[in-house]
Design a protein around this ligand. Structure first.
Ligand code: DX5
Ligand code: ZN
Length: 231
């Protein structure tokens, strides 16, 4: 099988919010593939961050896809507003979205890539059932709500299990992984089967261009080495 395309998605949560346009330009100049936008409502997660007006403000400053990760209760209610604001990818947490088919169908009908997000201990079977209706699955590797947390090691096994399931089902779907990814573990995450790598502090701390180059080098090396055996 040919090597998968791996996309790097800096999380704007770790950017300087007072200079978002500059941060977005820096990400684009540094060769990022996607911009990850963390939307938090202060209810589903304790933190409160970005809404549609900020997405609309960022939109004219970049050609990169905006990947809006909705960490909100009742995400269906906000999907049209984020689509209108210029989101390209929209993902909803299965833990707060009882009508997943309806939400995913709505996202696709609005012309966007639809994703589902699973917290670190949410059963993978939620993803299995939703696969026909989505374009990517986002596996959280921290408890959502804050940047700069430690990667939860058990998530590697979940990435492998999801990858194996998708291979057996012969479905090409992106596996996005989000939280605690840095130069020290990105290779392991990619070898497990992730194809979209979100990183906030791992990329914004220090020089983002140098950090993205280092991620690419590590990813290329990881893909060149044998994959772990499927169980
Ligand atoms: C956590 C967010 C992540 C976060 C990642 O709730 O969904 O996208 O910004 O930040 P790091 O890479 O610092 O863990
Ligand atoms: Zn996120």
């Amino acid at each position: 099988m040919s090597a998968p395309t791996i996309r790097i998605a800096p999380s704007l949560l770790a950017a300087d919010f007072a200079r978002l346009a500059d941060s977005v330009a820096a990400c684009e100049g540094a060769g990022a593939d996607v911009l990850h936008v963390d939307v938090m409502d202060g209810h589903f997660v304790p933190n409160l961050t970005i809404g549609p007006p900020v997405v609309a403000a960022v939109r004219p400053h970049t050609r990169l896809p905006l990947d809006c990760h909705l960490m909100v209760m009742e995400p269906e209610r906000l999907i049209p507003a984020f689509a209108e604001a210029g989101a390209d990818w929209i993902s909803v947490h299965v833990e707060v979205c009882p009508h997943l088919h309806r939400a995913l169908t709505l996202i696709r009908r609005l012309g966007k890539r639809a994703g589902i997000v699973l917290n670190p201990t949410t059963p993978l079977t939620y993803a299995y059932e939703a696969i026909p209706y989505c374009d990517f699955v986002l596996l959280m590797s921290v408890n959502p709500g804050f940047g700069g947390q430690e990667f939860i090691p058990g998530v590697i096994r979940r990435i492998e299990q999801l990858r194996d399931f998708l291979e057996r089902a012969r479905v090409a779907l992106d596996i996005e992984v989000d939280g605690g990814i840095h130069a020290g573990n990105v290779a392991e995450v990619v070898r497990a089967g992730a194809t979209v790598i979100v990183s906030g502090s791992g990329l914004f701390r220090g020089d983002i261009a140098a950090n993205i180059r280092e991620f690419r080098r590590l990813i290329t090396a990881a893909l060149a080495s044998p994959r772990p055996a499927s169980s």
